[in-house]
Design a protein around this ligand. Sequence first.
Ligand code: NAD
Length: 476
Amino acid sequence: MYETLNHYIDGKWVEPTGAKSQDVMNPAKDTALGKLGHASKGDLDKAIAAAEKGFQVWRKTSAYDRSKILRKAADLVRERADAIANVLTLEQGKVLAEAKAEVLSGADVIDWFAEEGKRAYGRIIPARADGVRNMVILEPVGVVAGFAPWNFPVTQAVRKIAASLAAGCSIILKCPEETPGSPIGLVRCFHDAGVPAGVLNLVYGVPAEISEYLIPHPSIRKISFTGSVPVGKHLNALAASHMKRATMELGGHAPVLVFDDVDSEHVAKMMGAMKYRNAGQVCISPTRFFVHDKVYDSFVSKFTDIAKGTRVGDGLDPTSRMGPLANPRRVDAIQAFVTDAQEKGAKVQAGGKRIGNQGNFFEPTVLTDVPKSARIMTEEPFGPVAVMLRFNDTDEMLGRANSLPFGLASYAFTKNSKTAAKVADALESGMVTINHFGLALPETPFGGVKDSGFGHEGGAEGLTVYMQSKFVSQLG
Ligand code: NAD
């Protein structure tokens, strides 16, 4: 069963009044699942007015009471996980087990922020005079405009909703037009849990038209965007010109450093499974594999076996391990990366081609002998392609790993604690995980440096980006 595609404004499910609409497609079958209407400026004005009103109610609701409502929403997400996951797979393509894990982890995100909201303590600063109290009070920033992408329609939406609501903000969220149904199922859980009207609003439309209307609007105090680097730079410039706070969670091109003291086949097995999760459409997807010369051949051979053995098919088929890419643009983009690399001398060890002519299926791909001039060496592939690179000299390799403008996630595998400490210090990256996959938990900060953006979406940092400090000094 697919979703009824309405917008959510001022506590009501409404049909949008914009002139445009679009089909929502099943990426495994190329068939339309439903029609999504776009918001008009009038709809956005209603959402803004509702969010302003909602903010006045919600900021005065105690953190304790906000937490109770949020935890109820988390329980509802768990109860409805199967249904929401089914919709997610239908519209986005990922295999059902991944969709279900995404929805359930969304419930954990809500629970965590529900608790963290109660710990927005502020602080007391010792005063210079008797009877003076110097206080720093953390206040919610106000109405948030959030923009979430299609690769994790539930995760990307829930991080913005849970953190902003836990901080006491209200939010207007524009979710991805290509995958609107699962965010609707998610938002319904907040509605049914008792979030007051106007506190949470969900709209869809032409992304640029919505962002260019909402970001400059005087009622909006904070922008949170997840998506590509070029769009992030554009929206951040717009936010800056209107003096709006922003969180930018942008792309990456994650290096994986595999040293010669590890069980390279074990690491290849682990990273092979990670690489093809969500068909590689993950901002922290491992992409550039720097493998020590001594273990390169065994690593590449095992990784190639994993790629070749990854069964690709409809995400609803329980035997599939990788679904289709989320939209036809990604198939064209990945094919162009592979063709460009091949033309410049790269070897395709596995995959490299689209599968069939129905649905956006692409083979899990492994490239070796990729020259520096290939586009995939500098541009984020955002798809099921792994690039294998040899190294001998650690310092030289770290220079290559750090040479791109991206700085989101990095991975390293070594048994040597000195090497581990050295790479953790040297990697120009917002997140480094060593000897396992330890990223993206509700309680840990998630965010990048350099062109990958700024601000965080998890951990204590993920709450404070929705808060501002007020200094109050009181005598008597
Ligand atoms: P895109 O750059 O057109 O869009 C990326 C996202 O930004 C989409 O969700 C889109 O709806 C939104 N967007 C685009 N223009 C916007 C605007 N003016 N205002 C507000 N939102 C806007 O690319 P795409 O083809 O949809 O996705 C591919 C690229 O996006 C990938 O190369 C990847 O780098 C990036 N991406 C990153 C993430 C992430 O988790 N950081 C998620 C999805 C996509």
